[in-house]
Design a binder for this molecule. Sequence first.
Ligand code: HEC
Length: 179
Amino acid sequence: MFAYSYLRAAKLVGIGLFVFSLSMLAGPAVSASQDPAPKPQQSQDHPEFPAGDGRETTLRVCSKCHSVNNLLATGRDRQGWEDLIVKMVSLGTKGTDEEFTDIAGYLTASFPPSFGAKINVNKAEVKQLAMTLVLTSDESKEIVKYREKNGDYKSLDDLKKVPNVDAKKLEAKKDKLLF
Ligand code: HEC
């Protein structure tokens, strides 16, 4: 569990000023959310963040110093997200224990380890290909079959030669491919 309670004490000694000066240090990524008690952002902002408990809290608390898009770089398990939150608290993130618990829950549910993971198309099994690249299992089987017959893929172009696989799907996930 988190032990963030000391932050409440810090709040009493002028969190507003503190957050504001941190924001100034952090530079231009900071926007209107430097208010110490900002209103939750509207849900239509940040469409990459799926609906779920803790979403608004996450967007509010984690957008004070940098873009929340930082959160989209990699998926993590609960421990990983909690460790990250602890690090952010050490860097000056303000919030209550309840807020941090909500944020950890939201991030774990929305961005699990498989989120943002890359996949080695020369090693991956059918199921992994299907999950990470959002292919049908038939398409994933074709990828494995072609690999077994023709050897390792060296590039996206090689992969696009596989019959019966939608090249648009591969193109969409090209940042996730390792060869
Ligand atoms: C008080 C300012 C501040 C707030 C608020 C803040 N961060 Fe950060 N964050 C930083 C700084 C500074 C860095 C760069 C530090 C580094 O990379 O070691 C950073 C980097 C990151 C990174 C990329 C580096 C890494 O370790 O993966 C992620 C992800 C991240 N923050 C997530 C969060 C989350 C989640 C929250 C909300 C709980 C949050 N941040 C709130 C200051 C803040």
